[in-house]
Design a protein around this ligand. Structure first.
Ligand code: LLP
Length: 429
């Protein structure tokens, strides 16, 4: 992916930096982000989800990977940002991300989170339910402010992906179903609110989805619903946010779509469909997270022990594991990897790459053919940019790895390695 290369000695390079140098200078485990690839992907989204006469916006779903440096990059590339908690909002504010381009999500935002969002002037809050609308109106009343909102709806499109990351079945915890008895009441309530400036709807049909058709169906359902609202509530929808979920390559089981072609087709579809249904072309937003950052991330580990079991299994033990990448344990996610200092050697041994946590499920890759591996070798696991660093934990009190941005032969730490001091920082003596 991106700027990855192998040098004449069989050493992997990312962003022009040799992994041997990175290991020497920064240690392992190490999250390495190919900055040019992230920037190019942002541009692919911006340049292709656009069409003459169509107002569009690309919003980065920051839950995939967020820190101050990433906020700055996203701002420089002209994307907006989606935050789902006080912590994500706080990070973006501290990075001086323009609040007007922030979108605040969540199915159970607290009063503190909503207050912080209103006080800091975030562009949109995506409201989830009646109770939250009550809270938000109260906050706006007491601060004497109005807040622009979208309503999260559930268009009932079922996308093919892992059960935990499917969001739009009828019983989803997110948003209000377009088929519910309550939906028109909520719409009327929002459009008549003194404190809320209601602009339209949001949906997100799931994550790691490969079927273009699911997105087209979701977009069509949103536009049809906007047309229905125009007829039944006499309310003109100005904005439709179609969410994210665009699937990426992790292993040869994954067949990502051609992003450029897909985005262009999506833009054409939403423009023509809204015209056909007599809508004055609303603004359309999309919210990619994983597809912006996933392929740009590589995790580097050092091999400690290797072990061949009585049962015939060959293990490679790495100095990280489910703490820095919980996705295999959580979703049975598959990854590809390599011995990054032996890229020119033949893959001849069947290995399982296991982490150092005290449980058997801590495996990062099962059954992968690699060159004969020994202690001190470097394991690279690919496409770890999304939902690895952001979902990392301190299980077994392991400090979290640092995050490194590499670009044109230069590396810069953007998140420092945690220390044992960090581990006990909030413990009370
Ligand atoms: N917008 C909303 C409202 C979302 O809930 C999400 C993801 C996104 C956008 C971005 O979706 P993406 O483009 O990244 O697929 N931890 C799981 C993924 C959970 C996704 C949750 N929502 C994983 O590691 O696969």
């Amino acid at each position: 992916f991106g700027t990855m290369k192998v040098d004449n000695n069989g050493i992997l390079e990312i962003g022009g930096c040799s992994v041997l140098d990175l290991k020497r200078e920064f240690g392992t485990p190490l999250y390495v982000i190919d900055e040019n690839l992230v920037r190019n992907t942002c541009r692919v989204f911006k340049n292709n989800f656009s069409l003459d006469g169509l107002n569009t916006e690309v919003i980065y779903a920051s839950k995939a990977f967020l820190n101050i440096a990433m906020c700055k990059l996203i701002n420089e590339e002209g994307l907006s940002i989606d935050v789902v908690s006080g912590g994500e909002l706080y990070t973006a504010l501290k990075a001086n991300f323009p609040p007007a381009r922030m979108y605040m999500h969540g199915n159970n935002k607290t009063v503190q989170e909503l207050t912080l969002a209103v006080e800091s002037g975030v562009g949109r809050i995506i409201v989830d339910n009646n109770h939250e609308i009550d809270l938000l109106e109260d906050i706006c009343r007491s601060l004497n402010k109005t807040m622009t909102v979208l309503l999260r709806i559930n268009p009932g499109i079922e996308a093919h992906t892992h059960e935990y990351i499917q969001t739009t079945k009828h019983d989803s915890k997110f948003g209000e179903s377009i088929y519910s008895d309550e939906i028109l009441n909520i719409v009327n309530r929002l459009s008549n609110s003194n404190y809320l400036d209601f602009k339209g709807f949001h949906c997100h049909i799931g994550s790691q989805i490969f079927e273009e058709e699911s997105f087209f169906l979701g977009a069509s359902a949103m536009i049809e619903f906007a047309a229905k609202i125009k007829d039944e509530c006499n309310f003109t929808v100005e904005e439709l946010n179609l969410g994210g979920g665009f699937g990426v390559y992790y292993s040869n089981e994954d067949k990502p779509m051609n992003l450029e072609k897909f985005l262009k087709e999506l833009a054409i579809l939403v423009k023509s469909k809204s015209k056909d249904l007599g809508l004055e072309s609303p603004k359309f937003m999309i919210e990619p997270g994983r597809s912006i950052i996933s392929n740009a991330g590589t995790t580097l580990y050092e091999v400690g022990s290797t072990k061949s079991t009585y049962g015939g299994k060959n293990y490679i033990f790495i100095d990280g594991g489910m703490t820095d990448n919980p996705r295999p344990a959580l979703y049975s996610a598959k990854y590809e990897g390599a011995i990054a200092n032996k890229m020119n050697k033949e893959n001849e041994v069947n290995y399982t790459i296991a982490g150092k946590c005290c449980e058997s499920g801590d495996m990062i890759i099962k059954d992968i053919k690699l060159p004969k591996t020994e202690s001190g070798d470097i394991v690279a696991v690919f496409s770890t940019g999304a939902y690895n660093y952001s979902m990392a934990s301190n299980y077994n009190r392991l400090p979290k790895p640092p995050v490194l941005f590499v670009k044109d032969g230069k590396a810069r730490i953007v998140v420092k390695r945690e220390t044992y001091e960090d581990i006990i920082r909030n413990d009370v003596f």
